[in-house]
Every structure is written in structure tokens, then in C-alpha cells.
Design a protein around this ligand. Structure first.
Ligand SMILES: Cc1ncc(COP(=O)(O)O)c(C=O)c1O
Length: 387
């Protein structure tokens, strides 16, 4: 059967189309005034001094590491339950990844205690990931970082519009990195944003994202400059005006879309309440702050065949996914860090399945996902029909 309910869908309308068309009509596509506006509005929305738009979230993370001077001989502490881009950014700089455990099945974020345990004299930074847009334990992590003189990078790829204690996620550490990939709460197809209050980091990133050049094509087009110097080995990590225009529209819709995500999440939680008795676990039940509700993760009862469950859901027309296969178990990372085992992460990750979640998901569709979930598990003889 064709998938009827995808895992994720873009919340786009005529406004995005119009914004893209306007850029085309203005005939300036590379980074210029629309990007500047996107950056300043994004900075205002999270309450930070600098926001720098880039080509994607991976490049934001890479630039964050470079700007912090992370390089060969350094280690960065990172959770393994994340997308591989998070740790790749560390390796691009020639540094090594120090994997840390997550807290456990109720909270899939990095464990502050395990961070503390893993610090060595070579550790230079902690890179946290706000899994699903649910806040990491930032006050404790910042305290550890301060005590050991470490930088903090936030992978906020899932966390647009989320906050903890009134402070936006992405603005707690030295640098925050957002992704605008198609499935994100704020989507431009590809794209990303790096945010920081530190002038030195902003200055480095501004230069490194565009070949280390001292002026942009846009500056010269406007007559503000006639030439440029190259002061560092940068790269092309620029966004473009069409994506920035779409990003501006999406930013305007973010709080409404996140509110809908929250409602859907609550609907799922309510519908799955009874399933707890059969071993289904729903992480982040008592999440502090305001999450972004980027995805809806659940942990299947122990012993359930996950692939069989996902197949059964697919037959019911529901796409599900896994967030994430732990990074240290991928071939490339296993070869690099062969002795590593992370029992808490591995146990939780093996049971994780993600249900569809996006603002355009209708209530009846959520009900369908819920009944399909119950059916799939009954079929697996784990949950009785009355459960
Ligand atoms: C947690 C996490 N970090 C980093 C990234 C990388 O972002 P991008 O795909 O924009 O490069 C993603 C997204 O896909 C992600 O989910």
C-alpha cells in the first residue's frame, strides 16, 4: 500500500511561493539584503547578538568548531544518539569525538554526569543535541563546562522556537546551530543558522563561510567595496536569497506550527496512555521549558521486533522512522572507535520508533496512527486487544 501518512511534511503555503518569486523578480540570488533580514529577524527571535545564515546545519556545526579553534589533538564530548552530522563536524576539524551516554529512557538527551566522567585534559568542548527539540540539562552542563574551561556548542537542529527557563535553545552555549532541512520545524530545503553572542566567533564565521574573504559580492555590487583580501582558509558555506526569503516566512509561522505540533504530541500521549502498562515508554513526559516538538519518539516494549512493527505500520499506510541508529555503531565510527560501548544509549536506541508529526497532520490521522500502533503491537502478541 502507498504510504498515506508520511513521517513528516512541509508546512508550506502560497506565502512561501510568493516570497521565492519575489526574489527571482528582484534578480539577486546570492546572499544579500533578504539574507541580512532573515539573520536579523532570527537573531531577534532567539534573543542573540549574531545570527549567521549558512548552507546547512552540518556546515553551521563545522563552522562552530572551527571558530572555537577545535583541531587536531582536541576532543569534543558528543552524544551518540543523534544524526551523524553532529559528530562528523568534529572529525572535519581533525579533532576526536568522545561519545557520552544519554540520561535514559525517559530523557534521550546527553547525561551531565557522564559528560563529567569523560572529560580528559584534551577535551575542548561539549556539543549537546536537543533531541526532538526537548531541552538538554543546560544549567548543569554549563556549570561543568565553566568548571573545566570547556566551550559549549548546541546542536539545535530540532529546536527552533524552543526554550528553557525563558532562554531560547541555541543561545545557552558559546554557539548554537540550527538546520533548515525539509523536515525541520523551520524548513527551507537546505539551509542553516549559527547563533552566538560572542563577537569573535561571529567575525570568524562571517569570514570562513565565504572563503575567508573580507567583502562579499553583495558589498561590491552595492559599491561598498571594490576588491577583497583573503585572510583565512574558508569555504563556500553560504545560503542564498530564495531560501532566506522562504526562511523569513517560515520564521513568521514558527510559533503557530510549534503549537500545532504540541497539540498533536499531547494527542499521541493521551492515546498511548494505556499502552504504558504493556511496556511502551514515552520519553520526555516531564520535559522542562518549552520544547519544539520536532519528532514524536516512543520506545517499543522490550522484546518487540521493531522491523516487524514498522512493516505493519507501513502496511497500514503509516511511515515510521528510527531516531537514531547510534553513531558509534556505524561501520565508519566502529572502525575509528572499536572498543566503545554505550549500554544505556544502545538499549534505548534499539527500542525507539518515531511516529509521524507535522503541523498539517489531522486529528483523524493521529487517531489512525494510534489505532495502527495498537494493532501492530497486538499482532505481535505484546498488547492484548483490550489494551
Ligand atoms: C540533530 C541534527 N544535527 C545536524 C543536522 C544536520 O543538518 P543539515 O541536514 O541541515 O546539514 C541534522 C539534520 O538533518 C540533525 O537532525
Amino acid at each position: 500500500m502507498e504510504v498515506r501518512i508520511p513521517l513528516s511534511d512541509m508546512a508550506y503555503g502560497e506565502e512561501e511561493e510568493q516570497a521565492a518569486l519575489e526574489v527571482i523578480h528582484r534578480r539577486w540570488l546570492t546572499m544579500g539584503s533578504v539574507t541580512q533580514k532573515f539573520e536579523s529577524e532570527f537573531a531577534r527571535s532567539v534573543g542573540v547578538k549574531h545570527a549567521l545564515a549558512v548552507s546547512n546545519g552540518t556546515h553551521a556545526l563545522h563552522l562552530a568548531c572551527l571558530a572555537l579553534g577545535i583541531g587536531p589533538g582536541d576532543e569534543v564530548i558528543v552524544p551518540a544518539l543523534t544524526f551523524v552530522a553532529t559528530t562528523n563536524a568534529v572529525l572535519y576539524c581533525g579533532a576526536e569525538v568522545l561519545f557520552a551516554e544519554i540520561i535514559g529512557q525517559t530523557e534521550l538527551n546527553i547525561s551531565p554526569e557522564d559528560i563529567e566522567r569523560r572529560i580528559t585534559p584534551r577535551t575542548k568542548a561539549i556539543m549537546v543535541v536537543h533531541y526532538g527539540g526537548y531541552p538538554c540539562r543546560m544549567p548543569e552542563i554549563l556549570e561543568t563546562a565553566k568548571h573545566h574551561g570547556l566551550a559549549v556548542i548546541e546542536d539545535a537542529a530540532h529546536a527552533h522556537g524552543a526554550s528553557l527557563n525563558g532562554r531560547a535553545l541555541g543561545t545557552w552555549g558559546d554557539v548554537g546551530c540550527f538546520s533548515f532541512f525539509s523536515n525541520k520545524n523551520l524548513a527551507t530545503g537546505e539551509g542553516g543558522m549559527l547563533v552566538t553572542d560572542r563577537d569573535d566567533i561571529a567575525e570568524k564565521v562571517r569570514s570562513l563561510r565565504s572563503h575567508g574573504m573580507t567583502t562579499l559580492t553583495w558589498d561590491r555590487h552595492q559599491g561598498h567595496a571594490y576588491s577583497y583580501d583573503v585572510i583565512a582558509l574558508g569555504n563556500n558555506y553560504r545560503i542564498d536569497e530564495i531560501r532566506s526569503a522562504i526562511g523569513l516566512v517560515q520564521l513568521g509561522k514558527l510559533s503557530r506550527n510549534n503549537a500545532r505540533r504540541k497539540t498533536i504530541t499531547e494527542h499521541y500521549r493521551e492515546g498511548l496512555k494505556g499502552a504504558a502498562a504493556f511496556g511502551i515508554k514515552l520519553p520526555f513526559g516531564n520535559s522542562p521549558g518549552i520544547p519544539a516538538y520536532h519528532i514524536f519518539p516512543m520506545l517499543l516494549p522490550e522484546g518487540v521486533d521493531r522491523i516487524k512493527f514498522m512493516e505493519s505500520m507501513r502496511k497500514a499506510g503509516v511511515q515510521t522512522s528510527i531516531h537514531y541508529p547510534p553513531i558509534h555503531q556505524f561501520t565508519f565510527y566502529r572502525q575509528r572507535y572499536p572498543q566503545l560501548s554505550l549500554p544505556v544509549t544502545e538499549k534505548v536506541a534499539a527500542r525507539e520508533v518515531t511516529l509521524p508529526l507535522y503541523p498539517g497532520l489531522h486529528d483523524e490521522e493521529v487517531d489512525w496512527v494510534l489505532s495502527s500502533t495498537a494493532e501492530a503491537l497486538t499482532f505481535d502478541r505484546v498488547i492484548s486487544p483490550t489494551g
